[in-house]
Design a protein around this ligand. Structure first.
Ligand code: SAH
Length: 220
C-alpha cells in the first residue's frame, strides 16, 4: 500500500502544480487540495484517473466536480471576511465538502440522493473530518436553522438562484453557484456578495454542472 500512497501523493502534487500555474486559487486553497486525497472519493476502478483535471462518475448519474472548478469555488468561498459557517448544496461524493471543512469552522451540506449522502458521510468519517453536518433533503430550501452562512455553495446548476438560498447568506457573505446562461450551452459560475444595498454580482467563468433537481431519491 505504501507504493500506491506515494504514487497518489505525487500525482496529486502534479495536479495541484497545474492548478497553481493557472493562478486559480490562493496558496492556502492549493495546499488543502494537495492534502486531501481525491482518489478515495471515487470508485476503485477509476481511482487511477482521480488526479486528472476532469469530472468523473460517482454513480446515480452524478459526477465529482473537476479540480479546476473545485479550486475556483473554494477560492471564492475562502475570500469571505469571516469563515464560521458554510452551506453546501449537493454533497455528491463529498470531495468539495472535505476541502470546505478545512476552510470553515463548520460545514453544513445537503444531498438529495440518499446513497450518495451515506457514502460521503462514511468517506469523510474515514478521513477523520468531524466538522461537517449532513442532511438528506432537497437543497432548494437551504438550511435556515443554522444560517445565516458566510458562504453558500451550490454544486448543481439552477435556472436561477432560489431566493431561500440568497436569504441565508450573511452580510458580506457570498453565494457561489452555477446558473444557466442563455448565451451558450452550459452555465456561468456566479458569485453574489451580500452588501448593504443588496448583492454584488461577479461572473467567475463558464462551467458545466449537473442540474439541481427537485425532491429526494431515497435508497439503500
Ligand atoms: N461537489 C460534488 C458535486 C456532485 S454533482 C462532488 O464533487 O461530488 C452535484 C450534486 O448535487 C449531486 O450529488 C446531486 O445529487 C446533488 N443535487 C442536485 N440537486 C440537488 C438538490 N436540489 N438538493 C441537494 N442536492 C442536489
Amino acid at each position: 500500500m505504501f507504493g500506491i500512497g506515494m504514487t497518489s501523493a505525487r500525482a496529486r502534487a502534479r495536479l495541484v502544480n497545474k492548478l497553481a500555474a493557472q493562478d486559480l486559487a490562493t496558496a492556502e486553497v492549493l495546499e488543502i487540495m494537495n492534502d486531501v486525497p481525491r482518489h478515495v472519493f471515487v470508485d476503485e476502478a477509476i481511482a487511477h484517473r482521480a488526479y486528472d483535471d476532469t469530472v468523473l462518475p460517482i454513480g446515480f448519474q452524478q459526477t465529482i466536480s473537476q479540480p479546476t472548478v473545485v479550486a475556483m469555488m473554494s477560492n471564492a468561498a475562502a475570500g469571505v471576511s469571516e469563515r464560521s459557517r458554510v452551506l453546501e448544496i449537493g454533497t455528491g461524493c463529498g470531495y468539495q465538502t472535505a476541502i470546505l471543512s478545512r476552510l470553515f469552522d463548520e460545514v453544513f451540506t445537503i444531498e438529495r440522493i440518499e446513497p450518495l449522502q451515506l457514502h460521503a458521510r462514511r468517506t469523510l468519517a474515514n478521513l477523520e473530518i468531524t466538522n461537517v453536518t449532513f442532511k438528506f433533503a432537497d437543497g432548494h430550501e437551504g438550511w435556515p436553522e443554522y444560517g445565516p452562512y458566510n458562504a453558500v455553495i451550490g454544486t448543481a446548476s439552477a435556472e436561477e438562484v432560489p431566493s431561500e438560498l440568497s436569504d441565508q447568506v450573511a452580510m458580506n457573505g457570498r453565494l457561489i453557484m452555477p446558473v444557466s446562461n442563455a448565451l451558450f450551452v452550459g452555465q456561468s459560475l456566479i458569485q453574489w456578495e451580500r452588501i448593504e444595498t443588496g448583492f454584488r454580482k461577479r461572473d467567475i467563468c463558464g462551467v458545466r454542472f449537473v442540474p439541481m433537481l427537485k425532491g429526494i431519491e431515497a435508497g439503500p
